[in-house]
Design a protein around this ligand. Structure first.
Ligand code: NAG
Length: 392
């Protein structure tokens, strides 16, 4: 499904709205509003219980000194043995992850899957000088980012100190599952012009060799590190999506004798406009006589292959006056990659009720803008009947 036809704008609006909602939601999560936001649980990865969102937080009880040493994250490797963690960490599946973060109090963020699932494997405790996170009976699905936020408190009012957050990406290499399992058979991903897009095939082991593949025709996609790059903590990123990137793609991971495919990613290319449209409205005349025809045009000059939707408001609307519109879109002759989209509102045989303001709203995926024109209706010049000579 590469270029979507111009009639698909409505669908695209819906899609992009969903995407924006998702982004806002993610931002909200990132800002830590997750604790209060009601959240729909996704289907679980083969686990039976779902006790709702998990608050991976510790209620601060004590007042902290305003100036705190930067947080330090350590891994408890053995009883009483600590290791300062680097960027990544590997814990064998089935094993226990034990992290300590200096600060009182601290707050933790764990991979979304773990936060949704409260199966008793994750334990968070605040001690006098540090916070402790313990995850037991780990699985490959626990792979992801673990973050500790020191809290700045004034009395009972605490906030996260984002700039002092420390994080570690933890792999749980699973000898059976090279990819972090996904509950979806495929995932639809929108490719927007020049917006970096991630194919989130996350491996459970940093040692896995990961390649990118196209389903039809079945070829391996070249990963040059510039156009497309791979990050073992994220997956593949298409940096500047183009229409030719669209299609069904999947990742393949190899480790030793094991070779596995990821979930499928359906990449749909959308021409995403740079800005909301800038319509220009023009009436055939600012004053029309009753009985004449009126023509109001609304024109947008914009990028090529960007669909514009027009809506109208007009004086005769309330009484159900039925004007009709003609819409057109086409390249501008001589113009470089420009497109003219136009909607023309036609009113046949103007009546008094057609006097007033005509408003055209042009929409694209970035937004909408309205423009108005006022039309005056002039009564028909009365044909004054000639005074008939009076009969004597
Ligand atoms: C961890 O696994 C062991 C052995 O299967 C089980 O007895 C224990 O209850 C599990 N712990 C948690 C917290 O799920």
């Amino acid at each position: 499904m590469p270029l979507v036809s111009s009639s698909g704008w409505r669908w695209r609006l819906v899609l992009s709205t969903l995407l924006v909602c998702a982004l806002i939601f993610e931002l909200g999560e990132w800002l830590g509003t997750r604790r209060t936001a009601p959240k729909q649980s996704k289907p679980k990865l083969g686990k039976a219980t779902n006790k709702g969102p998990r608050a991976a937080t510790t209620k601060p009880k004590t007042k902290a000194a305003p100036a705190q040493a930067p947080a330090v994250l350590t891994q408890v490797v053995n009883r009483g043995k600590f290791k300062k963690v680097g960027e990544t960490l590997s814990v064998p599946t089935g094993g226990t992850l034990e992290l300590r973060c200096r600060g009182k109090p601290v707050q933790w963020a764990v991979p979304p899957y773990l936060e949704e699932e409260d199966d008793g494997r994750l334990r968070i405790v605040q001690h006098e000088r540090y916070g402790a996170l313990t995850l037991v009976n780990s699985t490959g699905a626990d792979t992801g980012e673990y973050t500790c936020y020191p809290m700045y408190c004034e009395d009972t009012d605490c906030r996260k100190e984002y700039n002092k957050a420390v994080k570690v990406f933890v792999f749980f290499p699973d000898p059976q599952e090279l990819f972090v399992p996904s509950s979806d058979y495929y995932e639809v991903i929108q490719l927007r012009t020049n917006w970096p897009t991630v194919l989130p095939c996350q491996v459970t082991s940093p040692e896995a060799e990961v390649t990118l593949h196209r389903e039809f025709p079945p070829v391996e996609v070249a990963v040059d590190g510039t156009e497309i790059s791979f990050d073992v903590k994220k997956g593949f990123t298409i940096h500047r999506p183009r229409p030719h990137h669209a299609g069904a793609l999947y990742c393949v991971a190899s480790l030793g004798a094991l070779r596995q495919s990821s979930t499928k990613y359906m990449l749909i290319y959308v021409n995403y406009p740079m800005a909301p449209p800038a319509p220009v409205i023009q009436a055939s005349s600012s004053s029309v006589t009753v009985g004449e025809n009126l023509r109001v045009s609304c024109t947008v000059m914009g990028e090529q292959n960007v669909a514009i939707d027009f809506t109208w408001e007009y004086p005769g609307q309330q009484i159900g006056r039925p004007p009709y519109t003609q819409e057109s879109a086409g390249p501008v002759s001589g113009g470089a990659a420009q497109q003219q989209s136009q909607s023309v509102l036609l009113v046949d045989e103007v009546r008094d009720v057609d006097q007033g303001t005509y408003t055209c709203t042009a929409h694209n995926l970035q937004g909408a803008k309205s423009v108005s024109a006022t039309v005056k209706v002039i009564p028909k010049a009365k044909v004054i009947p000639k005074a008939k000579p009076k009969k004597p």
